[in-house]
Write a protein that binds this ligand. Structure first.
Ligand code: MSP
Length: 669
């Protein structure tokens, strides 16, 4: 059997139920696994629970149960949540599993035999919430760990040490020789700096309180929870008894968030592997955190919702079936989590992504074409394939997507797919097949429709690892059987797969739009209508969203009402490309625009310019937008920003556009 693509998540502490943070890492691994299946790489996906922590035993005590009953219950909640989210792992490992306990003891014995584990006394700090030992310099005068904010307690006990200090140089040499071992680069630099400070031997046993894996030959002690937990990645391979462990080991990608990266996954774990004479993992990948009001979302703080709550919210607000809502949540978590920085989690952004990216961009193209009066109900015949403008964009999308997924970066991969969808919407708006059809240009109509459907097929194929149910439904509507995970990547990740004259399925809208009026009305984003807003006809004066007076060119503020340069600097003006535009039913002055404000930043914007511009005139235009305006809901449509326009004497809006072409995202000041 050949080497399988082996990917892992952290094993989660069972001191509380999973939330959208733990879900994110599990989804990154699930989507990566599904992608590798498309590529025929026979992936193996490992996740599980970390059950021997002191904080787990404490939580059991608080719940009034014994630790084993407690961990059985909480571990089951992780299994249930992952099932609900469609996470299709190969093994759910628990550190209380018998095979794992045996492997941990075996590692301990081997390292002791080679002199890398020795006895000593530990006197210093221990943080139960971090489950980590700290030195004096890590802790402030109030007993708080500077880096993590966790409380510590003083401990003094006889322990076993692991000779971590012996491996710093070899580890550093490996990191330098393998630039993509530690990802992203910022974390690699952190690890190098950490090693340069000098790695110190680390205590790997603790006094037994009856919960944990006993130290071989010394049952008065248990093995330190991190030493125990990291070994799970090896246990799942069958090492050391099953010679087939090399089908999995070395691991291809260990995924986790940043707090357990440097100290545990990028130094302690590789050093343990070096001591066992085992090869090091290919990639160790750390992503940032979801934060809530700037603070890390965590089980113990209870400040971040559970995935189930977010699915319920989407179901309630959209009326879409559960699998579609699950996929919408998967999409948001995969698309927005950042690798080099943190991201603020917000249900409003989830809803915004649902409406703009899914209902508008993804769902709409397919629906528009399949339900068009002039669509023949079968895949039309294109004039030629390879040189279509969308074929070129598709090629770029595939290349970016593949490169991003080497580092499991779903945000970048999905942004590339949305580039293709943006180009497809623009292509439809520019070629205007409805006019071609009216003029009887059947061949041209067929060509446009083929390209549009083919781009949509490719987009559906590429999003299938992230949104399996959505992709399956899109495949059905396109008249295809579901995208098979049979390793036929090369046959499908290319242009020109749809077969002319094959029948399509019936089209039903995938994502019923969510009315955001209620949500925003309760929030701070909604400003009261102002007199000034009413006086500026080209802005959104049909609505209750205010237009900041300083930005309307037809209204000069009184001389006393000046602002400082710092005030002005708070307004982020940027160049944006209009991707598509459409009327908003029942709002005769408003248009809904899809705009791109730089790479990966696509948004929806509502503008009061319908009386001055026809929707078809707008795609491709460059405009200036206020990029950091609080989102507002205008006639039930979310608007993430505002465009700038002058007003002429007749009251018509005149868009401000750059005098020469500059890329979307460029700052205007
Ligand atoms: N048990 C250890 C891991 C041992 S691995 C050998 C542990 N468990 S944990 O329950 O605290 O899970 C931490 C992991 O959950 C993070 O590294 C990350 O994968 C995920 N997340 C937890 N909170 C998160 C956010 N707020 N944001 C993003 N990911 C989050 O540490």
């Amino acid at each position: 059997m050949s080497k399988r693509f082996y990917i892992t998540t952290p094993i989660y502490y069972v001191n509380g139920a999973p939330h959208v943070g733990s879900a994110t890492t599990t989804l990154l691994a699930d989507a990566a696994t599904r992608y590798r299946r498309l590529r025929g790489e026979n992936p193996y996906f490992l996740t599980g629970t970390d059950e021997h922590a002191q904080k787990v035993a404490d939580a059991a005590r608080e719940a009034g149960t014994n630790p084993q009953t407690f961990v059985d219950q909480v571990s089951r909640r992780f299994v249930e949540t992952w099932r609900r989210l469609g996470c299709d792992y190969d093994r759910f490992i628990r550190t209380t599993d018998a095979d794992h306990q045996a492997v941990v003891q075996e590692v301990f014995r081997r390292l002791e035999a080679r002199g890398d584990v020795y006895r000593g006394t530990y006197e210093g700090w221990y943080s139960v919430s971090d489950e980590a030992f700290y030195r004096d310099t890590d802790v402030d005068e109030n007993g708080i760990v500077r880096e993590t904010g966790a409380k510590v307690e003083r401990v003094r006990e006889d322990v076993h040490y692991f000779r971590l200090s012996a491996y710093g140089e070899r580890l550093k040499a490996h990191i330098l020789a393998h630039p993509d071992f530690l990802l992203p680069e910022t974390r690699r630099n952190e690890v190098l700096a950490f090693i340069d400070q000098g790695l110190r031997d680390i205590a790997i046993s603790r006094r037994s309180t009856g919960w944990g894996i006993p130290v071989p030959g010394d049952p008065s002690k248990v093995i330190y929870v991190w030493f125990d937990a990291l070994i799970n990645y090896l246990t799942a391979t069958g090492w050391p008894n099953d010679a087939g462990y090399t089908n999995l080991w070395p691991c291809d990608a260990h995924l986790m968030a940043k707090e357990i990266y440097t100290r545990f996954h990028a130094t302690l774990w590789p050093a343990m592997l070096l001591a066992l004479d085992l090869p090091l993992p290919r990639h160790v990948i750390g992503h940032g955190w979801w934060t809530v009001s700037g603070e890390k979302g965590s089980k113990s703080r209870g400040n971040i919702p559970r995935a189930e709550d977010m699915i319920a919210l989407l179901q309630e607000r959209s009326g879409a079936p559960e699998p579609i809502c699950v996929d919408a949540l998967r999409y948001y978590l995969l698309r927005d989590i950042q690798f080099a920085s943190d991201t603020e989690f917000s249900p409003d952004i989830l809803v915004g992504r649902y409406n703009a990216d899914l209902a508008n961009d993804l769902g709409n193209v397919l629906n528009r074409v399949l339900r068009a009066k002039y669509f023949p109900g079968r895949i039309p015949e294109p004039r030629s394939n390879g040189d279509a403008p969308l074929a070129l964009v598709a090629r770029e999308t595939i290349a970016t997507y593949e490169a991003a997924l080497e580092a499991v970066n779903w945000g970048e991969a999905l942004a590339a797919v949305w580039q293709l969808l943006g180009a497809t919407n623009k292509y439809l708006a520019e070629t205007q097949p409805w006019i071609l059809a009216k003029n009887g240009q059947a061949e041209a109509v067929a060509h446009v429709l083929y390209d549009t459907l083919e781009a949509t097929r490719l987009a559906a194929y590429l999003v299938s690892p992230a949104m399996p149910s959505v992709a399956a439904e899109m495949a059905r509507q396109l008249g295809l059987s579901n995208f098979a995970a049979d390793g036929s990547w090369a046959e499908h990740a290319r242009w020109g797969v749809l077969v002319p004259d094959s029948p399509t399925g019936d089209a039903t809208p995938l994502f019923p739009r969510i009315d955001t009026k209620m949500a925003v009305a309760a929030g701070p984003a909604e400003a009261k209508p102002t007199k000034l807003a009413k006086e500026a006809p080209h802005h959104v004066n049909e609505t209750s969203a205010a237009t900041p007076a300083t930005l309307t060119t037809d209204h000069r503020p009184p001389a006393t009402d000046t602002i400082t340069i710092d005030d002005f600097a708070r307004v982020q003006l940027r160049i944006a490309d209009i991707v598509s535009a459409e009327a908003i039913p029942g709002a005769k002055k408003l248009l809904r625009l899809q705009i791109r404000v730089g790479d990966g930043d696509e948004r929806q914007l509502v503008a009061g310019i319908a009386e001055s511009y026809a929707p078809d005139d707008l795609p491709g235009k460059k405009i200036v937008v206020v990029a950091n305006l609080q989102p507002a809901t205008i006639r039930g449509v979310q608007s993430q920003g505002m465009l700038l326009a002058a007003t002429d004497e007749a009251g018509r809006a005149i868009l401000l556009t750059p005098e020469q072409s500059v890329p979307a995202g460029s700052r205007v000041k």
